[in-house]
Design a protein around this ligand. Structure first.
Ligand code: FNR
Length: 190
């Protein structure tokens, strides 16, 4: 299996984030040929194009981290039927200055969990729209809308429901295959 570096974003800044638990589970269930690094955005200032002439070091490091990986995994909550503001701010930073968008041609996948039955579906559609504009090829399927029931994923990232564990393992295997197709330019069945 070809190895790839995957940068992951956890859309929540909350200390007890259920999406952080999900992210931990995903990194454990993924094929070993995927190497993960979290791309943190919590220290970024609010973006303005006033910064474009000279990004502050924290934003340069953040954007370099996006550029350094082969693919991106977004694990995000739904806030008010969209993605959290911090995550959108981070995407804006990495997409600019104009002509240096770090997402171009970088394969991505979107997943998230919430206690609600639709499991971040609306936020994911919103994020997909942003990533489309940023020219990131996205894994279309499988989709993953995870309803977080109490104890579904432990703090250590163990999934306690077998069917969910299997679903997430398959999701990451599909992501590995998708990254390979995008980066090699291969269509699915060749
Ligand atoms: C929420 N929550 C929420 N849930 C949902 O399914 N749809 C929504 O639109 C919202 N909106 C929303 C806004 C704000 C500001 C907060 C703080 C929360 C509930 C949310 O799913 C729940 O708090 C999760 O625990 C958030 O995920 P993290 O931050 O724990 O990973």
């Amino acid at each position: 299996m070809t190895s790839y570096k995957v940068g992951y974003f956890v859309g929540s800044l909350a200390t007890k984030s259920i999406n952080r638990k999900l992210a931990r589970a995903l990194t454990k269930l993924a094929p070993p040929s995927l190497a993960f690094m979290e791309i943190s955005f919590k220290d970024l200032p609010l973006y303005s194009y006033d910064y474009d002439a000279d990004y502050p070091p924290v934003a340069r490091a953040f954007k370099d981290a996006v550029g350094a990986v082969d693919a991106l995994l977004f694990v995000t909550p739904e806030y008010n039927r969209s993605i959290p503001g911090g995550l959108k701010n981070a995407i804006d930073w990495a997409s600019r200055p104009y002509g240096t968008n770090a997402f171009t041609h970088k394969p991505s996948a979107v997943i998230g969990t919430s206690p609600g039955a639709i499991g971040t579906a609306v936020a994911q559609q919103s994020l997909r729209s942003v990533l489309s504009f940023c020219n990131s090829p996205q894994m279309n399927a499988p989709e993953a809308y995870i309803q977080f029931t109490p104890g579904l994923v432990t703090d250590e990232g163990e999934v306690t429901v077998g069917s969910t564990e299997e679903f997430l393992r398959n999701y990451m295997a599909e992501f590995h295959a998708f990254i390979g197709r995008v980066l090699s330019g291969r269509p699915k069945n060749s």
